[in-house]
Design a protein around this ligand. Sequence first.
Ligand code: GGG
Length: 354
Amino acid sequence: MREYSIAAIPADGIGPEVIDAGITVLEVLAEQRGDLKLEFSHFDWGSDYYKRNGVMMPADGLERLRKFDAIYFGAVGAVDVPDHVTLWGLRLQICQGFDQYANVRPTKILPGIASPLRDVRAGDLDWVIVRENSEGEYSGAGGRVHRGLPEEVGMDVSVFTRVGVERIIRYAFRLAQSRPRKLLTVVTKSNAQRHGMVMWDEIAEKISHEFPDVTWDKMLVDAMTVRMVLKPQSLDTIVATNLHADVLSDLAGALTGSLGVAPTANIDPERRFPSMFEPIHGSAFDITGKGIANPIATFWTAVQMLSHLGEHEAADQLMRAIERAGEAGILTPDLGGKATTRQVTEAVSDAIRG
Ligand code: GGG
């Protein structure tokens, strides 16, 4: 029996609903297999915690998380707490505190789910977006001076370091190399942003020589949005900055049916710290409590978590169960269906049981 301890941080909005669903299917999976024990510890951090304590997580939060094998995360964002407070106070603190510099976002059209793109169906669109997750536009550098005055200045400084860019581009080349098509697209905006983004291009060129079997190209982020829509089959692995990849992966989510199916893994490739697994979507407070949140992204990120833990068979089993629920047409309203979170959870659990 292999045992893993997992920190569950459901946080805000629909986060608790989808994490609850995720833990249910993981427990069904562990029970059905019999070779796996998953021990969940729950943390009530997030916006409600902030309203009670003035912080999104306690000062020793990272220290408390460090001992876990993985973190299973819901979403941040609340109606009555500013977004930059919720994001920086919890999700980014964990990503940056644990140097989870590779944010990996598999994107494909699952069976039974329709893409809004004409003539594009399951198999035609199969990408992995790699988001730089530690610096760039999310460096946190900058400031505001002369607050409230006409001459007020607000600055967000994008910081790109050679170490940071080299490691993410190398990670992306390695990932592209491990996939059948061995294709990588490096996205920047190096025509307009002539310092850090030009350094990205130069570093990509240098690192490409370590991977002679990977075919790669460069795209400007604006042109990339067009290519994703018009020529989705021409793409495979994609690497971009923190902000660019954030925007591109929302588009990718929509192209694969809904953001509700899009998973993400915040990985520390060197395994010094626990990695964190979550749906891409936020707290979606417009549907919170209605029981209709799509749990598929949270299930799919559990597949990523199992793979990261080395449980590849269990990961494949869960992925097949997710696909079978889609094939059976058990879909939540964001995908045009009528199923509830609970019905999708039951369908995936039944598929696991076979
Ligand atoms: N589960 C992902 C999540 O909660 N995202 C909230 C959010 O505001 N993210 C912004 C970002 O990642 O840039």
